[in-house]
Design a binder for this molecule. Structure first.
Ligand code: FES
Length: 488
């Protein structure tokens, strides 16, 4: 089902790249980070082009809950204790600045995207001390933060930390207006990146600087981003006939980590997050519907959708030089659940670096991807690498879990077929679709996600529909079987 934002927005078509062009800066990815980077650069007179593999705003920008906030879960106490005051200040400053920058663009361009300032809350039913400390740490970093037990939620909380003057908006209405005057090429997937050149199917771009703002970098090397982050999915329902909330809310407890945020006449109610590829039993939307009925009796579900986020190992996005070997390439990825503020922070810092050629430490600070390198920080890679290795070995040793004949209508899974493990889906008419069970990115065994009816990779989060088309990277190709192997 379409998200509320996608349902309400008509975005103009942009042409496909059909020639070889030369620009100052090429941006790969037409989501919020890419469009904002191009927007800020163009404002300064830079000749910039955006290459988008599909449609702009068609990825996670159309599926976010669109909270613009410097409140990114419980983070400031961790930043202070692990990285020190300077790093924590940089983090809070860039994200606070991001809110102001959105407001300025909305005002300058008179964009009717429902941008409103509002408070943001983290709440707990169990651990008020944790949030008291978070409020104190944030307040010490010049954020207007306080601890409270008063919220608009339909249950009593043990405590909450409230940030003043945060914001929410309609992300696609904003994106559509911001992109209007930019040189954007849609349906122009980058197939090759080398030096100052990007190659698409029907054209190429030469650029002095290249910014990779495409959610998950599709190049394995350089950069090794697949070793530094995994992806997670989370689910949201759009409720009608509910009270409007002034604030935006997120739970921090393991079991009650619900997200609440009003959007016009709807309330976006979310939760049920999991590592991509680890939702074999499903039921995420059902759970949200059940909890929604409990919290708001009489409410009705009008929308439901899910989103995918890149999760860095230390909760801090990767914004800065793509790798030590590619000084003219930039990366903007690993935004966690906080894509809107991180997109603007990334656009601001990368623009500053390109225009002013300032020292990287000053511009990017704690955000720099160079804070990890595969060799120097081997220990830090363990958690995700172990997961990846486990899944790579599973593709060799784990048998299929069921036979094709046992697959009920409307269900999919990994099954044994002719002695091989394959992905299978039986549609409502009983027709069976078979695809490869092996992820084309680095070979992990895929898992079926019954809520989304797709195959997902637990290693780095690539996703494929039941026909085998790739719907989320880092994989760049699908998993359709060859004609001979395909019984369909
Ligand atoms: Fe990397 Fe599947 S996404 S192996």
């Amino acid at each position: 089902m379409k998200s509320l934002w996608m349902d309400e927005t008509e975005i103009q078509d942009f042409p496909m790249l059909m020639q070889d062009i030369t620009v100052d800066v090429a941006v790969v990815g037409g989501g919020m980070a890419g469009i904002l980077t191009a927007y800020l650069l163009k404002e300064q007179g830079v000749h910039v082009a955006v290459l988008e593999a599909d449609r702009i705003g068609g990825g996670q920008t159309g599926k976010t809950t669109a909270k613009i906030t410097s409140q990114h879960g419980v983070i400031y106490q961790k930043l202070l204790s692990k990285h020190g005051r300077e790093a924590a200040e940089k983090y809070s400053l860039e994200n606070q600045k991001a809110i102001d920058r959105y407001e300025k663009i909305v005002q300058d361009r008179q964009i009717a995207c429902g941008f409103v300032r509002c408070p943001a809350y983290l709440y707990t039913l169990e651990a008020p001390e944790l949030l008291k400390e978070e409020a104190e740490c944030a307040a010490g970093l010049s954020i207007e933060a306080s601890f409270t037990k008063e919220t608009e939620l339909p249950f009593q909380v043990a405590g909450a930390v409230r940030f003043e003057n945060q914001a929410r908006f309609h992300p696609l209405l904003f994106l559509e207006a911001a992109a209007r005057d930019l040189a954007v090429y849609e349906h122009s997937r980058v197939l090759q990146a080398e030096g100052d050149r990007l190659v698409t199917e029907n054209g190429s771009v030469r650029a002095k600087k290249i910014v990779f703002a495409c959610h998950y970098p599709f190049l394995n090397m350089p950069g090794y981003y697949f070793m530094r982050m995994h992806q997670e999915r989370s689910y949201v329902v759009g409720l009608e006939q509910v009270p409007e909330l002034e604030g935006m809310y997120l739970g921090v407890d393991r079991e009650q980590a619900w997200s609440f945020r009003s959007a016009g006449e709807y309330l976006l109610f979310g939760g049920g997050g999991h590592r991509t590829g680890e939702n074999r039993t499903g039921g995420k939307y059902e759970l949200l519907r059940r909890k929604a009925a409990e919290f708001y009796p009489g409410s009705r579900v009008r929308y439901q959708w899910s989103a995918q986020d890149c999760m860095p190992m230390d909760q801090i996005p990767y914004i800065g030089r793509f790798s030590a070997e590619t000084p003219d390439w930039y990366a903007a990825t690993g935004f966690g659940k906080w894509g809107m503020s991180s997109s603007m922070a990334a656009a601001g810092m990368i623009t500053e670096s390109i225009l002013e050629e300032e020292d990287d430490g000053k511009v990017f600070g704690i955000f720099s991807p160079q804070r990890f390198t595969p060799r120097a920080s081997a220990g830090n890679f363990c958690k995700d690498s172990v997961h990846a290795v486990k899944d790579l070995s599973r593709r060799i040793f784990t048998p299929g879990r069921s036979d094709l004949e046992e697959l009920p209508v409307g269900h999919g899974g990994i099954v044994e077929y002719d002695g091989e493990k394959v992905g299978a889906y039986r549609d409502e008419e009983g027709e069976i679709y078979l695809v490869s069970a092996k992820c084309p990115h680095l070979g992990c065994q895929l898992e079926w996600n019954p809520d989304e009816k797709c195959f997902e990779c637990p290693c780095h989060g690539s996703r494929f529909d039941h026909m085998g088309h790739c719907v989320d990277g880092p994989a760049q190709t699908g998993i359709a079987l060859t004609q001979e192997e395909d019984s369909h």
